[in-house]
Design a protein around this ligand. Structure first.
Ligand code: FE
Ligand code: CA
Length: 530
C-alpha cells in the first residue's frame, strides 16, 4: 500500500482515477468473463427463499433506453444477500403490456458476487415517450413486475410532465407511508435528492423502527443497510411504479462529509476513502444507474443530464464528492470572508464547467438543477435585530460559486432556471437572485425545497420562528416543517409545485394531502400562490 499521504494524493485529483486504481479496476473487470463462463455451467439455481425480495426498479431513461434493476437476495439482511460466491444467470423481459403478451425485448445477464448479485440492464431500441412493463427471472423464481417509461424524443415539444421530488428517508424516524400517495399521483418520474439511507448505528434516532447494527463502514454493512431500507414495501413499490433519477447527499456515506474529508477528526484519508469506496459501491449496486456510474474505487460519476423533450432539461448534480471542506467546520456562521472565499467550491471545476456548457446547450423551456443543498441564502436569527447566521454545509458556505452560477444564468439568459433541493428536512419556496440579501435586484430563478419523507419524525405546520424567518428573508415565499414530498406539474407556460404533506409518519395509515401549491409562469422567475 502507498503511505496515507501519497495514497490521498494519488486519488485526490478530482474525478480522475489514478493509474494504479484504474489498473486494479481493469484487472477486476477482466476476471468477470471467466466467472460468467463458470456460471453458465452451473446448474439452474434453486432458491429456498424469494431471490427478488428487494423488488425491481428502473432509472435514467432517455428516448430510446432505460436501466432495469434488481438485486438477487434471498436473505436480504445478510451481507452476501444469502447468495453463493459465484455468478448466476438472470433473464429479463420488457413488454408493451402488463400481461407480457407482447414482449418487445428480452435477454440474459449475469449477477456477480463482485457487485452483490445486482443486475443493471440497459435496454436499448425502445420507442420514445411511452410506458413499458418489465420483469426478471432466475431459476424458478420470477420477480415482481415493474412499470417504466422512455422520455420524449429530444426535438419533441411535450404537453406536460408530472414528477415527484423526494429526499431524506431516515428509517428509524418515520414510516415511508407518503410513497403510497405518490404511487397514486400518476407521475412520469421520481427524483430522489439524497439521504436515501442514513449511516447511523441502531437506535440513535429510533422512534418507530430500528437500524440493524453499528454505524455502517464495511461494504457488507452498507449492503445490509440499503437492503433494510428497500425491504420497506412502500419504497419498493414506488420504485416499480416509474423510473427514478437518483443522486446522493451525505448520509449515503457519512454525515456532512466533504469530498475526502470527514467531519470527525482523527480518521486517516486512507481509511476514509476506503469507507467511501464501500459506500459508493453499495449505492451503485442498489440503484437503477447506468453503467457509466459504475464506481472506480472511491469515485463514482453521478452528475448527469437528461431532457424531457424540449419542455425541461434536468441537470442532476453531485455536491458532495468534489466539494472543498465546509468553511468554519464547527457549524453555522454568518457570511464572513471564509464563506465568501472564491476558493470554496461545491461542484468542483470539472462539474461546474460541464454544468455551464450544458446550460448553454439546452433548448428547453425549463432548466432544472436537481441537487442536494439549499441555494437560497436564508439567514437565521434569534431576534430581528440579532446577527444572521447561515448553514456552512449548504450553498451559503460556497457563496462565491453560488453567485457565479446565478450571474452566469442571468448573463447568458438561461431559460427559466428552477432549483430542486433536499437535505434540510423542511419545505421552502425561494426566489433566487445573484445576492438574495438584495431584494431590490432582479430575480434569476426559483427554488423549491422538498421536505424529508420521514427524517425528523412528525414536524410542524408552522415553525416557531416562521414569521421572523419570512420577515428577515424576503427571498422566502413559503416555509413549513411537515414531512412529505413535492409533486410538480410542468407545461410550456406554467410550472406548478404542490407541497404534499403527511399527517403522521409514526403510525401506519398516515394521510397525505396537499398543504400548499405555488406556480411560476414561464419568463417570470417569481413565485405565486395558487
Ligand atoms: Fe437528511
Ligand atoms: Ca443531508
Amino acid at each position: 500500500m502507498l503511505e496515507p499521504r501519497k495514497f490521498k494524493e494519488a486519488i485526490k485529483y478530482e474525478g480522475r482515477v489514478s493509474r494504479r486504481l484504474f489498473l486494479a479496476y481493469n484487472a477486476a473487470l477482466a476476471s468477470l468473463p471467466l466467472l460468467q463462463r463458470a456460471a453458465w455451467s452451473e446448474s439452474r439455481p434453486v432458491y429456498r427463499n424469494d431471490p427478488f425480495s428487494l423488488g425491481v426498479a428502473s432509472g435514467d431513461p432517455d428516448p430510446q433506453s432505460v436501466v432495469l434493476w434488481t438485486r438477487l437476495a434471498p436473505m436480504p439482511l445478510e451481507p452476501d444477500g444469502g447468495m453463493p460466491g459465484h455468478a448466476v444467470k438472470v433473464r429479463w423481459e420488457i413488454a408493451d403490456d402488463e400481461s407480457f403478451g407482447r414482449v418487445v425485448h428480452q435477454g440474459e445477464t449475469v449477477a456477480t458476487p463482485q457487485l452483490g448479485h445486482s443486475v443493471h440492464v440497459t435496454v436499448n431500441g425502445l420507442e420514445p415517450d411511452r410506458w413499458y412493463w418489465y420483469r426478471f427471472s432466475s431459476g424458478d423464481a420470477v420477480s415482481p413486475i415493474g412499470r417504466t417509461r422512455t422520455l420524449p424524443a429530444v426535438e419533441q415539444l411535450p404537453d406536460r410532465l408530472k414528477f415527484a421530488v423526494t429526499s431524506c428517508q431516515n428509517f428509524e424516524q418515520g414510516l415511508f407511508t407518503a410513497y403510497q400517495q405518490m404511487a397514486r399521483d400518476g407521475v412520469d418520474l421520481v427524483f430522489h435528492l439524497g439521504d436515501y439511507i442514513y449511516e447511523y448505528e441502531a437506535g440513535r434516532n429510533g422512534k418507530v423502527r430500528t437500524h440493524l447494527g453499528k454505524e455502517i463502514k464495511s461494504l457488507g454493512d452498507y449492503r445490509v443497510r440499503h437492503a433494510q431500507y428497500r425491504s420497506d414495501q412502500d419504497l419498493a413499490k414506488m420504485h416499480a411504479t416509474c423510473p427514478w433519477f437518483v443522486t446522493w447527499d451525505d448520509h449515503e456515506f457519512d454525515n456532512n462529509y466533504a469530498n475526502d474529508i470527514s467531519e470527525e477528526n482523527g480518521i486517516s484519508p486512507q481509511e476514509f476513502l476506503t469507507r467511501r469506496a464501500n459506500a459508493y459501491q453499495a449505492y451503485y449496486e442498489m440503484m437503477p444507474l447506468r453503467i457509466s456510474s459504475m464506481p472506480r474505487g472511491p469515485h463514482l460519476q453521478l452528475y448527469r443530464k437528461s431532457a424531457f423533450g424540449r419542455l425541461a432539461d434536468f441537470f442532476v448534480l453531485d455536491t458532495r464528492q468534489y466539494r472543498t471542506d465546509q468553511p468554519n467546520n464547527d457549524g453555522r456562521r454568518e457570511l464572513n470572508d471564509s464563506a465568501m472565499d472564491a476558493a470554496n467550491s461545491l461542484l468542483g471545476q470539472r462539474q461546474k464547467n460541464w454544468l455551464k456548457r450544458s446550460l448553454l446547450q439546452s433548448q428547453s423551456t425549463w432548466n432544472v438543477l436537481a441537487q442536494q443543498v439549499m441555494m437560497g441564502m436564508v439567514g437565521y436569527t434569534k431576534g430581528v435585530d440579532e446577527p444572521r447566521y447561515h448553514s456552512m454545509d449548504q450553498w451559503p458556505g460556497y457563496t462565491a460559486e453560488r453567485m457565479e452560477m446565478m450571474r452566469f444564468m442571468a448573463d447568458r439568459r438561461v431559460s427559466n432556471p428552477v432549483v430542486l433541493t433536499g437535505d434540510i428536512h423542511s419545505n421552502w419556496a425561494n426566489e433566487l437572485r445573484i445576492d438574495d440579501r438584495k431584494p431590490e435586484t432582479d430575480t434569476v430563478g426559483v427554488e423549491f425545497v422538498a421536505t424529508s419523507l420521514s427524517s425528523g419524525g412528525n414536524g410542524s405546520q408552522r415553525a416557531t420562528d416562521h414569521d421572523r424567518l419570512l420577515a428577515t428573508n424576503p427571498c422566502v415565499k413559503f416555509h413549513n416543517r411537515e414531512r412529505g414530498y413535492l409533486l410538480c406539474e410542468v407545461d410550456q407556460a406554467v410550472w406548478s409545485t404542490d407541497y404534499k404533506v403527511i399527517d403522521d409518519v409514526l403510525k401506519p395509515g398516515g394521510k397525505t394531502f396537499s398543504r400548499a401549491k405555488y406556480i411560476v409562469e414561464s419568463g417570470q422567475a417569481s413565485i405565486q400562490s395558487s
